[in-house]
Ligand binder design. Structure first.
Ligand code: HDE
Length: 707
């Protein structure tokens, strides 16, 4: 299925719709606000001519009195607002959250305890480094920010798809961001960490080791945004009706399972479809394949605060799930695309400081700085302190106070008293005491005792054990990808001393085998004393691997069905019927955008052209049988399609005599190359392969296939 960019609404002009496919009706989006309405100026004056400016004679100069032209151009000149300093590239969707029963023992927050309500949510996914127009599939951490419009006020869970961050103290954030962003003298590279300043910084700041490891792993290149986890990163607090607090770490777990790109594919997609992730999310929701996540928390009782060999306040550390399992507390479904990207996705303003009664912060020094930063940044991005009045940011519950005026004030406040206490309005709006449930917000009364001091706690001091834990917990193919990623990135670093510092001062402290593999490829010598070091062992955490997060079904997985003239119509119908029953998406891809003629003479409509819808955009490929082997063999686009899908470790079904292509293309048959006379005979194996996502065992062989 394709939601074609910039397609005009079809079907209104009487054009031939023979080859418009089943999804084309989604292109017909009418403007509910303007249907049957006159075109007017912003002052409501009807416009009679929107084609010509007002001129002194038909060939004369344009007159400054043309208020219609001036208004239109002035508004246009101011269409852009500053993009986010980080996380500028994003995509949003609406949905709902439902709490599971039994959370009262943890928190009094009504959206987590009232199982009768569906709390509306808005989620914005993002990349960190690139600007608004950058590609989706770059290697980066993904933002996963959720606004819960609860009946007690808005709660923003401003999360990432990695559970750890690159720095421990907010005072380092501008340094980190300056280092990772495009370099100041060239504004290169866009959307990439593979450059000197990033590696200079992280090799000098060992607390970044763990987060860098996540970014270099397959987590840095998700297949789509429906297949990522989300993590609150910091430790937060839950507070229940008895005022008892516990520490919590938030986890979003996708029902779709986790899935990654392979690096070659990620790079190609960045060019061939820079919108790959936002398109995928849009299409999945538009077609009713609503992505779903379970919200869970790791709960640590207050008395266990000091129990671990890491500090709960250190945002570069996880709590391994083997130590504290994740308790599910609810589920979120994204079921509605935005109507207006700018008005919703661009103007949404998240802030970790938006919390509701039943939740509270901890002293994590990164979180503390974030509490200031997000509101501050909206003042310049959204032009003043009234950004909460923009529809996407507005609470759904009533909100009243004595704040007045400011840029873009939209509320017509009435009454005389905008202060408190007042007797003129009987002191309304009034405070609500912090009763157990439904009361006003009250900060948790944490005891503070200490010196005013600029110093990092010693308990934040171990920067390598958890990076080692992460690396060693990966499956062998995942470890190989980490090695490849470090080699690729460091190969782009021009300064040899930065490469060496990263290998010798960081990787050697994480895992010697990892360091050696990277060093060998970069031609770096590891000194004998470093090689002889014994690094402390770690307990493996299987929950850190993709392997622990398999999907339950193949809904919304995309299958390319390659079809040429004289293809067997029966096969095409069989693949389509099977895919529909599984909720998967099949696109019939033809050599040209027009339809092809089947073996029986049927017209087979095209969902797209093979050249324009590359294999990298699909999860699996089927090549149809028919009376056309010689044509396919000589078709460079189709054969490259198969080679590329093979190289990217995708399952491929070769139907009928297309099985001969395996030998012709010099592929090595494996569990992922299914050759059969009948699709029905292999459909179950095909499904299992798609569930497994890639044929990892093929990786060594696939490296010999030209990229
Ligand atoms: Fe952010 N971050 N951040 N961040 N962050 C922003 O806020 C900041 C951090 C995250 O889709 C900015 O509105 C500081 C951790 C997401 O709109 C800014 C520090 C985590 C998004 C900002 C951090 C995040 C942002 C840019 C360290 C994971 C996108 C525009 C003290 C838990 C939200 C904006 C969206 C955005 C500051 C660290 C996640 C500049 C100072 C840790 C998902 O205010």
């Amino acid at each position: 299925m394709k939601i074609k960019a910039n397609s005009p609404a079809s079907g209104k002009d009487g054009l031939d719709k023979q080859n418009t496919n089943k999804k084309s009706e989604q292109l017909d989006v009418y403007r509910s606000d303007a249907t049957e309405q006159a075109l007017t100026t912003n002052q409501g004056v009807k416009i009679s001519d929107n084609q010509n400016s007002l001129k002194a004679g038909v060939r004369g100069a344009t007159l400054i009195e043309d208020f219609i032209l001036r208004e239109k151009i002035t508004h246009f000149d101011h269409e852009r607002i500053p993009e986010r300093i980080v996380h500028a590239r994003g995509v949003g969707a609406h949905g709902y959250f439902e709490a599971y029963p039994g959370n009262e023992k943890l928190t009094k927050a009504s959206f987590l305890t009232n199982t009768d309500v569906q709390t509306p949510v808005f989620v914005r996914f993002s990349t960190v480094q690139g600007p608004r127009g950058s590609a989706d599939t770059v290697r980066d951490i993904r933002g996963f920010a959720t606004k819960f419009y609860t009946e007690e006020g808005n709660f923003d869970l401003v999360a990432n798809d990695a559970p750890v961050f690159f720095i421990q103290d907010g005072i380092k954030f501008p340094d980190f961001v300056h280092a990772v962003k495009p370099e100041p003298q060239t504004e290169i590279p866009t959307g990439a960490t593979a450059h000197d300043t990033f590696w200079d910084f992280v090799s000098l700041v060992p607390e970044s080791a763990h987060a860098v490891m996540w970014a270099m792993s397959d987590r840095g290149i998700p297949r789509n945004l429906r297949a990522i986890q989300g993590f609150g990163v910091h430790t937060f607090r839950f507070i229940n009706a008895e005022n008892k607090a516990v520490f919590v770490k938030f986890h979003w777990t996708p029902k779709q399972g986790l899935a990654q790109l392979v690096w070659d594919e990620a790079q190609k997609l960045a060019g061939k479809d820079p919108d790959f992730h936002r398109r995928d999310l849009y299409e999945a929701i538009a077609s009713g394949n609503y992505p779903e996540w379970e919200l869970g928390v790791q709960v640590v009782p207050e008395e266990d605060e000091m129990k671990y060999d890491f500090d709960l306040l250190d945002p570069t550390k996880i709590i391994p799930e083997e130590l504290v399992p994740v308790t599910p507390i609810g589920r979120m479904v994204l079921n509605r695309n935005v109507d207006y990207f700018f008005g919703e996705t661009e103007q949404v303003a998240f802030c970790p400081g938006h919390i509701v009664p039943g939740l509270d912060f901890t002293n994590d020094p990164l979180l503390q700085a974030r509490l200031f930063s997000y509101t501050d940044t909206q003042l310049s991005r959204l032009g003043g302190p009234n950004f909460h009045q923009i529809p996407i940011n507005k609470p759904v519950c009533p909100f009243h106070n004595n704040q007045r005026d400011g840029l873009h004030q939209r509320i017509v406040h009435t009454g005389q008293a905008s202060y408190e206490p007042n007797s003129i309005d009987n002191n309304w709006p009034a405070e609500t005491p912090p009763a157990a449930q439904g009361g006003g917000f009250e900060s948790y009364q944490e005891r503070i005792d200490g010196h005013k001091i600029r110093q990092r706690s010693e308990s934040f001091g171990d920067h390598f054990s958890q990076a080692r834990l992460f690396y060693r917990s990966q499956a062998p193919h995942e470890q190989k990808h980490i090695v490849d990623a470090y080699v690729f990135e460091l190969s782009k670093v021009e300064r040899k001393y930065i490469r060496e510092r990263e290998v010798l001062e960081v990787l050697c402290n994480i895992d010697l085998d990892l360091a050696q593999q990277v060093a060998d490829q970069l031609g770096i010598e590891i000194p004998a004393e470093k090689k002889a070091a014994t690094l402390p062992d770690v307990q493996i955490s299987p929950r850190l691997s993709f392997e622990a997060f398999k999907p339950e079904d193949i809904k919304a997985r995309k299958i390319a069905l390659l079809v040429h003239d004289k293809a067997n119509e029966a096969t095409i119908k069989a693949v389509q019927a099977w895919a529909e029953s599984e909720g998967a998406v099949v696109d019939v891809l033809t050599p040209k955008p027009g339809p092809v003629l089947g073996l029986q003479g049927d017209v087979i409509p095209s969902d797209g052209m093979q050249k324009a819808e590359p294999s990298i955009a699909y999860d699996a490929v089927v090549i149809a049988d028919g009376d056309n082997y010689d044509v396919v063999m000589k078709d460079g686009v189709a054969t490259h399609y198969l080679l590329e899908a093979y190289k990217h470790l995708k399952p491929i079904v070769f139907l009928g005599d297309k099985g001969k292509l395996i030998e012709h293309l010099r592929l090595v048959s494996d569990e992922g190359t299914l050759a059969s006379g009948q699709f029905e005979a292999v459909q179950d194996s095909f499904k299992t392969l798609i569930l497994n996502h890639r044929v990892w065992a093929r990786e060594a062989i696939a490296e010999a296939i030209p990229a």
